[in-house]
Design a protein around this ligand. Structure first.
Ligand code: ZN
Ligand code: MN
Length: 473
């Protein structure tokens, strides 16, 4: 996928997590509510209703613009984008057109060939339409319901230049963007549909295709990979790539051709007559940015001595970075290793986020490992027990309790020596193989001792002790 010629640009819609909607005071917190319960004349677009701008949404968008190193324009303006769709009952979306909030930014990503700046074309603010709920499948459903609770949620649309060179880079860009938005505290990635992506993709020298409806950042790499393969296959057969809009069908991992794309002038954009232009450039000074992912990564390296790789992993997600700092005080290097190399895999496997791991449990596990009360192998076992218990919806036992219940404390010196003597007595054939220079025999003997102590000994240490015991005087 990383060969030359793939050109990708993204348009990303992110919901800003303000308390109220973009142009009215309806609450945005409706996750557990009935449909159409958070609506008013403004977000339903009833005639005669007047929008007012949510100041917080502007501030959030300015934070993003600043963090993405954009130029904030002297004057921004809202426009109406006219089209009809059942989830947009007032038949226009209030958005920004020729005077967006900010332009010409960049975001540093860890690209296919090292770090690279991806240029941001523009950032603008707009309102989310409502949500269509298809009963059955889109093409064969009996009917569709519309929920206007989402109508009027503030969105920022971030448009990149066509600077991405592979589906993997596109995923990395989105991960970095998501982390940045979380650090800025303007975005909740766990809300369904909080991030939606459209992608423009082409192979150098041929037409561009727009892929719409990618509603998860995991879906982006899949959709783009499918599309790159499809376009390359066409070109290989000397067939042209047609300029078109395609739809990503997430369940099947494919894109299908949909309507031909509207031209920009089909939308008949014009300035929103009910809102004054925004003059926010003098606010910019007052926007103070928190520590962002790159700065935090540097701090993890300098303050905690994390490896570059661990620091990158740990700061790639705000909650993960916070978790690390809550458990790092005792032994940062042990903590970063156990989070990055063990915990994350166990979480992924269970489809868990870092929230699933109780901080106190993890702290105690680290201290047992530091005191060498348990082996790494038992450490992993304890992690799994804790997470499996959480998965069952129960509260897990503390690691110390698990250690004593299962007898996981490391087998001590004398016990191990006894076991080694027993194994040497029980396995004369392996012992003489060892003396004959067969190294597999030693591994076999280590395995036998391990079996006797049920894995509660350190394998490296056992190896050493066995060699010692087998020395002829
Ligand atoms: Zn409303
Ligand atoms: Mn948009």
């Amino acid at each position: 996928m990383e060969d030359a010629g793939v050109i990708i640009g993204l348009e990303i819609h992110c919901q800003l997590n303000t308390k109220s909607k973009m142009f009215c005071s309806c609450s945005t917190d409706f996750r557990d509510n009935e449909p159409n319960t958070h609506t008013c004349p403004v977000c339903l677009g009833l005639p005669g209703s007047m929008p007012t701008i949510n100041k917080r949404a502007i501030e959030f968008a300015l934070r993003v613009a600043k963090a993405l190193n954009c130029e904030i324009l002297e004057e921004a303006e809202f426009s109406r984008k006219n089209y009809f769709y059942p989830d947009l009952d007032k038949a226009y979306q209030i958005t920004q057109y020729d005077k967006p909030l900010a332009e010409r930014g960049r975001l540093l990503i860890d690209g296919d060939n090292g770090e690279r700046d991806i240029r941001i074309t523009r950032i603008h603010l707009e309102e989310d339409p409502g949500r269509s709920v298809h009963m059955g499948t889109t093409d064969r459903g009996k009917y569709t319901l519309v929920d206007y609770n989402r109508s009027g949620i503030p969105l920022i649309e971030i448009v990149t230049e066509p600077d991405l060179r592979s589906p993997k880079e596109a995923r990395k860009f989105l991960n970095k963007l998501r982390a940045t938005l979380e650090y800025l505290d303007v975005f909740d990635s766990e809300k369904e549909g909080s991030l939606r992506v459209d992608a423009n993709i082409s192979i150098k020298g041929s037409e561009r295709v727009e892929v719409k409806n990618i509603s998860s950042y995991k879906g982006v790499e899949k959709a783009l990979t499918f599309e790159v393969t499809r376009q390359k296959n066409l070109l290989r057969r000397n067939q042209p790539v047609t300029r078109e809009t395609r739809h990503f069908v997430e369940a099947r991992g494919i894109t299908t051709s949909s309507r031909s794309k509207e031209e920009e002038n089909d939308y008949r954009y014009f300035p929103e007559p009910d809102l004054l232009p925004l003059r926010v450039s003098d606010w910019v000074e007052g926007i103070i940015l928190p520590e962002l992912p790159d700065a935090r990564r540097e701090r993890f390296i300098s303050r905690y001595g994390c490896s570059a790789e661990h620091a990158k992993t740990l700061t790639g997600e705000l909650k993960l970075a916070d978790f690390f700092e809550k458990v790092a005080d005792n032994d940062p290097s042990l903590a970063s290793t156990w989070i990055a190399d063990y915990l994350l895999g166990e979480l992924n496997y269970r489809d868990f986020s870092i929230d699933a791991m109780p901080v106190e449990h993890f702290r105690q596990l680290l201290s047992l490992l530091k005191k060498e009360t348990i082996t790494d192998k038992s450490g992993v076992e304890i992690l799994r027990i804790i997470l499996d218990t959480v998965k069952e919806g129960k509260s897990p036992e503390m690691p110390e309790t698990i250690v004593s219940r299962l007898g996981l404390a490391k087998t001590g010196g004398n016990q191990v020596q006894d076991m080694i003597r027993e194994v040497i007595a029980e396995q004369p054939a392996a012992v003489s193989d060892y003396y004959a220079g067969k190294m597999q025999a030693l591994n076999f003997l280590v395995g036998q001792v391990m079996k006797k102590c049920r894995g509660r000994a350190d394998p490296g240490e056992l190896n050493r002790l066995l060699i010692e015991a087998l020395k002829k005087d």
